[in-house]
Write a protein of this length. Structure first.
Length: 255
């Protein structure tokens, strides 16, 4: 291949005018780049060029684990030997790397240096991103099912000066503002709540994925229901009078 390129260049040299010498110089430079740089052959240079492109774009690559070494495994990228540290094989801790031999995995290039022949790959970041995306999708679905005015149950997960966050499950939390915790005036949420406490609250707003809750509204509704129940159980004045008259009618008084 090198002989063919040189012959082509030599052929082009004959009959070249001075005005085109600059173009000839560029042609020679291009031919040398095609043949390699003296230290690396053409295939190696092209392989590292692609590898650097993959690294810069963050491209996900499908590779096969072809070897197991100390503290990691080996996989080839464009024919170049790449190292995957055991800590970057999976999200979970990997105990036995031998079980990964021959396995196809997806990786990104996190370090590439042709001069030191160092190529480091990682699968962990991809798995973390996918896990985070799955959790977000699950949370978004759960949030969409929570309607304003509904009653929910949860656990106090954290307390702030301005209120308390309630864990509603499925990675969803709602905020009970300090003004919505109690019917009575409180200076701190800790006067009424503590972490780990089970609570029931009413959803007063669900907007842009942020859920606002109220314990106070449920307490107020319960108070009104109790007052209404007491009111309904009090007999009317006319009913009392009628019952008393019926009672007295059965009594005979001696003259």
């Amino acid at each position: 291949m090198e002989e063919r390129v040189n012959n082509e260049v030599e052929t082009n040299v004959s009959g070249v005018s001075e005005g085109s010498m600059e173009d000839l110089g560029q042609a020679l430079e291009d031919s040398y780049a095609y043949m390699g740089n003296g230290e690396y052959d053409t295939d190696t240079l092209l392989a590292w060029e692609k590898i650097n492109e993959y690294k810069n774009t963050g491209k996900i690559l499908n590779v096969t684990i072809t070897g197991v070494v100390n503290k990691g495994v080996i996989a080839l990228v464009e024919g170049i030997r790449g190292f995957i540290p055991v800590s970057r094989l999976d999200i979970e801790h990997v105990e036995d790397t031998n079980k990964w031999l021959g396995r196809d995995i997806r990786v990104r290039i996190i370090e590439a240096n042709m001069e030191t022949d160092k190529l480091v790959l990682s699968a962990r970041e991809i798995l973390r991103e996918e896990s985070a995306a799955a959790k977000k999708a699950q949370r978004d679905l759960a949030v969409s099912k929570i309607k304003e005015g509904s009653v929910v149950e949860g656990t106090v997960e954290s307390i702030m000066p301005y209120g308390a966050f309630i864990n509603l499950g499925d990675n969803v939390s709602g905020l009970v503002h300090i003004s919505q915790i109690s019917n009575e005036h409180i200076k701190s949420p800790r006067e009424a709540l503590e972490p780990g406490q089970k609570v029931t609250a009413k959803v007063i707003k669900n907007e842009d994925g942020k859920i606002s809750l109220s314990i106070k509204e449920l307490l107020e509704e319960k108070r009104l229901e109790e007052e209404e129940e007491i009111k309904n159980n009090i007999p009317e004045v006319e009913s009392i009078g009628t019952s008393l008259a019926s009672l007295l009618s059965g009594i005979k008084l001696d003259n």
